[in-house]
Design a protein around this ligand. Structure first.
Ligand code: ASN
Ligand code: ZN
Length: 320
């Protein structure tokens, strides 16, 4: 916990016999992982300027603007995932205030992390309905975690690993929030955000990369699920949102092979690997090796986690 908590504790007036010392002692024995949450939501007012007009801050009531309130509520769910499961104090590990701008530009068909805050468009209502579904919020916030953990250069394989980490933690935020095991989960990213102009369930599927879209006009989501299908392209920073299907599917396979909650051992291995990686230009093979190291450190060599993780990487065409 942070100093502000002990300050608060020290200033609390106990009616009758004041026992500030006892109160402080109780506060100091609070469990580790109790971090401070500071959300700041801004209205971009359909303009490009950031952050825009402040409309809701930590502890203030709902505004009635669905975008503002979803950005506020979902930011806490993601903060809690990192705090409760990974003992991380906000995106930077140091209590970074969670800033988010909604209604960015007009009919803007995207959401992004700009290096210091989240930014959400409203969508044009045809291709996209909105960008505030929990997996999308967790995806964008996780780009922040990647950046503050040494980064993964947003190009080629390292960029696809950055995208994949964001999708993995997007899925984990949803699964943990509704208490779904790896077997129960749908493993969709951006479920329900596609508009009437696209016939699809979600933006991406980790269970079956390449099948989230079913619209003939735009074609199938071209995500591969195996190295044999790796897409060499100069578009999309070298296919960062495309080839992310491969590590996404490895995480999915590992989680279902192991069973239980994906935010348990699989999430802990992915998180530990990101912290120890220290290579912004990592290839898929580098990352797979780092996850094996993490599995060994956390669960032991030839543990079930170790064996099933190696098998999952093998199934997507990466030998570790
Ligand atoms: N929504 C996209 C993402 O977070 C924005 C981008 O292309 N960086 O991946
Ligand atoms: Zn992304």
């Amino acid at each position: 916990f942070r100093e502000s908590r002990s300050e608060d504790a020290g200033t609390v007036m106990v009616p009758g016999k004041a026992l500030p010392g006892a109160f402080v002692a109780a506060a100091m024995s609070a469990p580790a992982g109790l971090h401070d949450l500071h959300r700041e939501i801004y209205d971009g007012e359909n303009k490009a300027a950031l952050p825009g007009k402040p409309v809701r801050s930590e502890g203030s009531p709902a505004t009635g603007d669905a975008a503002v309130d979803a950005a506020y509520d979902n930011a806490k769910i993601v903060f809690d995932l990192y705090s409760d499961e990974f003992n991380r104090n906000s995106l930077d590990g140091k209590g970074l205030p969670l800033k988010a701008t909604v209604h960015h530009r007009r009919d803007f068909n995207n959401a992004f992390w700009n290096g210091s805050q989240m930014v959400y468009g409203d969508g044009d209502g045809v291709i996209f309905r909105n960008f505030l579904e929990l997996s999308v919020v967790a995806h964008e916030m996780s780009h922040g975690v990647v950046g503050f953990s040494g980064g993964l250069t947003y190009q080629g394989q390292s960029g696809a690993l950055n995208e994949s980490f964001a999708d993995v933690f997007g899925a984990l935020a949803v699964q943990r929030n509704i208490g779904q095991s790896a077997h129960e989960a749908d493993w969709l990213i951006g479920k329900g955000i596609l508009g009437p102009g696209i016939n699809g369930a979600a933006l991406r599927s980790m269970r079956a990369p390449g099948t989230a879209y079913s619209d003939g006009q735009l074609g199938q989501d071209p995500q591969p699920y195996h190295m044999d299908l790796f897409v060499n392209t100069s578009e999309d920073n070298g296919g960062v949102h495309i080839n992310s299907g491969i590590p996404n599917h490895a995480f999915y396979l590992f989680s279902v092979l192991l069973g239980g909650n994906a935010w348990g051992a699989p999430g802990h291995i992915w998180y530990a690997a990101l912290q120890s990686l220290n290579n912004p230009f990592a290839s898929f093979a580098d990352w797979a090796a780092e996850t094996m190291e993490a599995a060994t450190g956390l669960y032991g060599v030839r543990s079930l986690e170790f064996v099933f993780l190696r098998r999952a990487w093998k199934l997507v065409g990466i030998s570790v």
